[in-house]
Design a protein around this ligand. Structure first.
Ligand code: ZN
Ligand code: ZN
Length: 329
């Protein structure tokens, strides 16, 4: 099982060299972008693509690891120092802040609270085997899971973005205020980790995060496939317009084959219309045209799939191409 430290080392091995000269702003913009995509995926209620969700999650948390390295924040230490198996405010596990108004029930002095947190941190990290973070955080805050099951992902989404905002504010202060205590940055990173871990624990209960991360990076950087990433700035898996056009053409060829097939006769009009839409989208190069087109293709294929097993089999190639394209938009 990979600990937070191990994940940090694994990612540093792939990306440290590439990220050395990148600015905080560059990295923060990617963390924000990936977090935005992550929230988009988990808010798709009942219609989540778990594989895509998992990959998006890993991309988002990977940028957080990269930022921590930039800011010289140790993710594992920061996280368990802030959440040493209990809530940092009421010291409870589970958290009882609602009853105690964010104060511990017994200990009153601020110094004693600080000592207690430090004692707990030492005891849970002793031997180098701290508890599995996603489980631990959801045990401290069981309400996270309750809120998720009642309201879906909106609460997690807004809390994540709130914490992202606070990280940027802390960073700005660390530049502008010469007396600023950089420990604040550690705390802010720990808060983002906490919300991400909570999410992982809720969505992927039985899947070990470290294992998933290791699988995702099994061949090094998944974009350039190098053990030490060689990607240029701003590059990524998102294809350029030419690549998008080429893949739409491929989908069109597949639909044209279906059109020729007598078995799919009753879908002639739908297929012709989808092909015309692809032509249009290729010509305009606009993402919104492509999205509309893909949604038309999806409904044709969907209806073929539901019609009969024969038609479903016929549509499978087109589905496979569709699945690779839809991720571009
Ligand atoms: Zn609490
Ligand atoms: Zn790369």
């Amino acid at each position: 099982m990979l600990r937070i430290n191990d994940m940090s080392i694994l990612l540093s091995g792939i990306y440290a060299k590439q990220n050395k000269d990148k600015s905080f702003e560059y990295m923060y913009s990617y963390l924000t972008r990936k977090t935005a995509y992550l929230t988009r995926e988990f808010i798709r209620d009942g219609n989540q693509d778990k594989e895509l969700l998992k990959n998006t999650f890993i991309e988002a948390i990977s940028w957080l690891f990269a930022i921590c390295e930039k800011l010289e924040v140790q993710p594992q230490d920061s996280f368990y120092k802030k959440f040493p198996g209990c809530c940092p405010y009421c010291l409870g596990n589970p958290c009882g802040c609602i009853q105690t108004h964010r104060k511990p029930e017994k200990i009153k002095s601020a110094t004693a609270i600080k000592e207690e947190l430090f004692y707990k941190y030492n005891s849970i990290t002793a031997g180098g085997h701290p508890p599995y973070a996603p489980r631990m955080i959801n045990e401290i805050y069981p309400s996270n899971r309750n809120i998720w099951s009642i309201f879906g992902g909106f609460y997690h989404s807004s809390r994540l973005f709130e914490e992202l905002g606070e990280l940027q504010e802390a960073y700005a202060k660390s530049i502008e205020d010469k007396n600023y205590n950089k420990e604040n940055l550690h705390d802010e990173c720990a808060d983002i980790y906490a919300w991400l871990f909570s999410l992982w624990g809720i969505i992927f209960k039985d899947l070990d995060l470290g294992q998933a991360l290791q699988d995702y990076y099994i061949n090094g950087c998944p974009v350039c496939n190098k053990k030490e990433c060689e990607c240029s700035s701003y590059s990524g898996k998102i294809s350029n317009t030419d690549q998008k056009r080429a893949s739409l053409e491929k989908l069109k060829e597949e639909l044209a084959l279906l059109l020729k097939n007598e078995e799919a006769g009753e879908y002639k009009d739908n297929l012709e219309s989808a092909i015309l839409a692809i032509n249009d989208a290729v010509k305009s190069g606009k993402d919104s045209d492509s999205r509309r087109t893909l949604s038309e293709v999806e409904s044709v294929l969907d209806s073929m799939e539901k019609n009969s097993s024969k038609l479903s089999k016929l549509a499978s190639n087109a589905w496979a191409i569709y699945a690779t394209i839809i991720k571009f938009f």
